[in-house]
Write a protein that binds this ligand. Structure first.
Ligand SMILES: Nc1nc2c(ncn2[C@@H]2O[C@H](COP(=O)(O)OP(=O)(O)OP(=O)(O)O)[C@@H](O)[C@H]2O)c(=O)[nH]1
Length: 211
């Protein structure tokens, strides 16, 4: 595997202020910007356009490189987010457990994906779990409602906290394992490797060298 190759594309979608960037930051860099004083409800760093990061995941018998696209939740960037989910093998559709309306937005993205991106596996992700554990009254999205919906759309539900790190590593590892266990993906990987090898052999024959 080439050093810079990404094995699978993962995209994050969901309402603004829903916790996508924090999830990615916790996963890629093990940090939480919400701890800094300038981060508050009125003045958080909203994503503009989209951001990209990559990380290697060891899933036991192999190591995969995940390319993670964090999209902007603002509806102003909706058209742009559509560009970013193209070709994604997994989508983490985020909703904020303390904001009922964010689940409506999650349903919107699920419909989009089901219509346009057949090969993309959907992971529903309820964010900010620490807030609903410390103060149960703040929960606005019922867990059983989300699992019923997930069953309907053949997705799964993960509830995470970027503040504490709960379930985040597990979520991305599950995504990588699901990808690797799908024979379709393995076949595509083999075809890709074969193409590279064929090109290498062709070049060797043509130029008598190996580039
Ligand atoms: N307590 C707590 N706060 C969180 C958590 N995740 C995110 N936040 C806070 O929620 C706010 C929004 O988080 P972001 O990660 O920027 O949300 P986003 O979905 O990327 O927002 P957009 O860029 O607008 O799409 C920030 O103030 C975060 O600090 C969490 O797990 N727990």
């Amino acid at each position: 595997m080439g050093a810079s190759r990404v094995d699978m594309k993962v995209v994050l979608l969901g309402k603004e202020y829903g916790g996508k960037t924090s999830l990615v930051e916790r996963y890629l860099h093990d940090r939480f910007a919400g701890d800094t004083p300038y981060q508050n409800v009125r003045n958080y760093n909203a994503t503009i356009g989209a951001a990209f990061g990559a990380k290697k995941v060891d899933i036991g018998d192999k190591v995969l490189t995940l390319g993670v696209w964090d999209t902007a939740g603002s509806e102003r960037y909706e058209a742009m987010s559509r560009i970013y989910y193209r070709g994604a093998k997994a989508a983490i559709v985020c909703y904020d457990l303390t904001d009922r309306t964010s689940f409506e937005r999650a349903r919107f993205w699920v419909n989009e994906l089901m219509k346009n991106e057949e090969g993309c596996k959907i992971y529903l992700c309820g964010t900010k779990k620490d807030l609903v554990i410390s103060d149960k009254r703040t929960r606005e999205v019922d867990y059983h409602m989300t699992t019923d919906y997930a069953e309907e759309i053949h997705a799964e539900v993960h509830e995470t906290s970027s503040k504490t790190g709960e379930n985040i590593f597990e979520l991305f590892t599950k995504i990588a394992k699901d990808f690797a266990s799908n024979p379709e993906n393995i076949k595509k990987e083999r075809d890709k490797d074969k193409e590279t090898l064929d090109l290498y052999e062709d070049n060797k024959k043509k130029f008598g060298c190996c580039g």
